[in-house]
Design a protein around this ligand. Structure first.
Ligand SMILES: Nc1ncnc2c1ncn2[C@@H]1O[C@H](COP(=O)(O)OP(=O)(O)OP(=O)(O)O)[C@@H](O)[C@H]1O
Length: 389
């Protein structure tokens, strides 16, 4: 633990030069960004861009190959997360997370799920003895406080009426909110949510948005969010970081990001130089205007995102019906560490389409993708991306 430097006081999380390699596959390459305290920061990008890998590095599931992850707590203390054992990250650095797949104790009641989350606090109050459970007044006080906290979060998640039902009986959207409530019972300063809106209907998405805004406005907990649902991202995020092939291609306000040609290129699965053609075809004047004034040179690749990404051997984006969707396999990492010369991870059979996204020649496969959309045109407009799991 070290004292926080004044320059990072408003950054709850600083990711600096983070790299994560799996053999020859570079899942994350030299990634740097900040999540500011009290804000909702969204981490977005096509499937396989490396978002969950970033979460896994932050929460200690993976030890990064390179880089520094600094968590600055409100009390001024700072932790280098890559050096903490993963079981200490929630307790000491106050980082909590949820997963892409719901991980509740489905046979336990909602209340029990939230009490289990407070297990460490209760064990401490018991003095780690059986006698302590029955004898210590401290334990009784802690137990009552835990129940109060659980009830508080059940109310916030609009689930208090079902406190005594098994968690597995809840509808999907309610289970998602329960997971967030459970994470909040650990008193996190940084809450990492991996695709919380995946599979939710519009009403459930609205309830989720309300819960996340409530957390942001009333608890001071900062949120780092991976999400494919652009309606959620654009509505509630203060700051958006966009990844493609493990590299940052854009970083800014939701508006800046949704009109960034590099982001549109990544989401449509076309080369950067084809973006203008695509947008002219679909008639997006805002973005065309920005293309005329030129992109922000401080982020992302110069001429082509695939230049930065290294060799790419995967599918290009495609649209379904009239809606532009996030291509499921647009970025499934065909990225290879050039130094190792190892082969790219083969895409799964479902993803392994015979199309490629060549960096030099214009992809003929990309063209149909460009022509299909008629309604939403930018990432911000594509409502439920095809990337939802
Ligand atoms: N443990 C692992 N071993 C090998 N490769 C991995 C491992 N974890 C992730 N990868 C690879 O790293 C790349 C990034 O994966 P990651 O799951 O972080 O992407 P993502 O952006 O979260 O995708 P999605 O939106 O589909 O969840 C992928 O190519 C993935 O196959």
């Amino acid at each position: 633990m070290s004292d926080a430097s004044p320059s990072v006081n408003d950054a709850i999380l600083q990711v600096e030069h983070l790299s994560m390699k799996f053999g020859g596959l570079v899942a994350i390459g030299d990634l740097s960004f900040q999540a500011r305290r009290g804000e909702i920061t969204a981490l977005i990008g096509p499937n396989g861009a490396g978002k969950t890998t970033v979460f896994n590095c932050i929460t200690g599931f993976y030890k990064p190959s390179e880089g520094m992850l600094t968590l600055n707590r409100r009390d001024g203390s700072s932790y280098l997360l890559e050096r903490l054992p993963n079981h200490e990250i929630p307790a000491r650095a106050k980082v909590a997370r949820t997963f892409q797949n719901i991980r509740l104790f489905s046979g336990m009641t909602l209340l029990e799920n939230l009490l289990v989350a407070q297990h460490n606090k209760l064990m401490k109050a018991s003095g780690y003895t059986i006698l302590g459970l029955f004898g210590f007044s401290g334990y009784r006080t802690a137990s009552a406080e835990s129940i109060d906290l659980a009830r508080h979060w059940l109310e916030k998640a609009d689930l208090v009426d079902r406190a005594d039902d098994p968690a597995g009986d809840l509808p999907y959207g309610a289970q998602r909110r329960l997971e967030i409530a459970r994470a909040m019972c650990t008193g996190p300063e940084l809450l990492c949510l991996d695709e919380p809106a995946a599979g939710l209907n519009p009403k459930e998405s609205m309830a989720l948005n309300a819960l996340l805004m409530d957390i942001k406005d009333n608890t001071g907990t900062s949120i780092l969010l991976i999400e494919h649902d652009m309606a959620v991202v654009m509505q509630i995020s203060d700051h958006v970081v966009v990844l493609e092939y493990g590299r940052k291609i854009s970083d800014g306000s939701p508006h800046a990001v949704r009109t960034d040609p590099r982001v549109i290129a990544a989401y449509l699965g076309v080369e950067d130089e084809d973006v203008e053609t695509v947008l002219i075809e679909v008639g997006d004047e805002d973005v065309i205007e920005q293309l005329d004034t030129g992109p922000d040179a401080t982020h992302g690749p110069g001429s082509s995102s695939s230049y930065f990404a290294g060799p790419v051997t995967d599918t290009v984006g495609h649209s379904e019906g009239e809606r532009v969707t996030v291509s499921k396999g647009a970025s499934k990492a065909g990225q290879v560490d050039a130094r190792s010369g190892a082969a790219a991870r083969p895409a799964s059979p479902a993803e392994a389409k015979p199309t490629e996204k060549p960096s030099a020649a214009k992809s003929s496969a990309a063209k149909p993708a460009a022509k299909a959309p008629a309604k939403p045109k930018t990432p911000g407009d594509s409502n439920r991306g095809g990337g939802n799991e």
